[in-house]
Design a binder for this molecule. Structure first.
Ligand code: KIV
Ligand code: NA
Length: 269
């Protein structure tokens, strides 16, 4: 078991301790994140964008998610296994029917030792969330901007600015909590609404572009490390400029190879 469990997350909320989550898609990064003390690692279907280069998260398959999840779980197992590992259920792996959702959640949990799955949606997926948690698989919800529904929205603009959608979101959060979810991601909604939802739930909310009143925060690792130069919405704080660091390192290597200064005698046998 990881050190951070669903129980621990609930305790953290009750004690007012914030939950720090980041995404990871591979073994090496997962090791660094676990070592750095992050509470939870999300194997996000954002892998579709930042790892595979697609425009949306829709192309991701269950098999691809499992491939990334296995690598990430090996990473935290190689360290202290402090962080909880949550795996996104990809588009169309849980929307068809509760039976299908249970089968795919089970498949993701069974192939390796991840700790939970995450699903986007409210009322529409409540039955699936209930069935999955009933058989013992922890579920994290995801409301607000749901990237798997991007073609319905038509843009990545802030969600729930209007009263009607805000009211629906508050209701959906309640429904997903009642269905058995242990936490809910709130993506790109007004701070005030996120605060209201957070206070109305017993389970923690994890925000991304949802302000400081959430019980925790999540960012896509590539964004916060500055690996993506093209993507900088206001909710991404850049903690490093790794694309420049890597670019400079590669330029130096190329120069050294061309000038025959790498490898040196010390670097040879
Ligand atoms: O796929 C992902 O990275 C996510 C987070 C942004 C919450 O769902
Ligand atoms: Na996702």
């Amino acid at each position: 078991l990881p050190h951070v469990t669903t129980r621990r997350m609930l305790d953290m909320k009750q004690r007012g301790e914030k939950i720090a989550m980041l995404t990871a898609y591979d073994y090496t990064m997962a090791r660094i994140l676990d070592r750095s003390g992050v509470d939870a690692i999300l194997v996000g279907d954002s892998a579709s964008n930042v790892f595979a280069g697609h425009n949306t998260t829709l192309p991701m398959t269950v098999e691809e998610m499992i491939y990334h999840a296995k690598a990430v779980v090996r990473g935290v197992q190689a360290e202290t296994r402090r962080a909880m590992v949550i795996v996104d259920m990809p588009f169309m792996s849980y929307q068809l029917s509760p039976e299908d959702a249970v089968r795919n959640a089970g498949k993701i949990m069974k192939e390796h030792e991840c700790d939970a799955v995450k699903m986007e949606g409210g009322k529409v997926i409540a039955e699936a969330v209930k069935r999955i948690t009933d058989i013992g698989i922890p579920v994290m919800g995801h409301l607000g901007l749901m990237p798997q529904s991007i073609y319905k929205y038509g843009s990545y603009k802030v969600r729930a600015m209007e009263e009607e959608e805000a009211r629906q979101l508050i209701e959906d959060a309640k429904i997903i909590e009642e269905a058995g979810a242990f936490a809910i991601v709130l993506e790109k909604i007004p701070s005030k609404l996120a605060g209201e939802v957070s206070r109305s739930l017993t389970i923690p909310t994890i925000g991304i572009g949802a302000g400081p009143e959430c019980d925790g925060q999540v960012l896509v690792i590539n964004d916060m490390l500055g690996l993506n130069n093209e993507f900088h919405p206001r909710f991404v704080r850049r903690y490093a400029d790794l694309s420049s660091v890597i670019e400079q390192a590669v330029k130096n290597y190329v120069d050294d190879v061309r000038s025959n200064s790498f490898p040196s005698e010390d670097e040879s046998y």
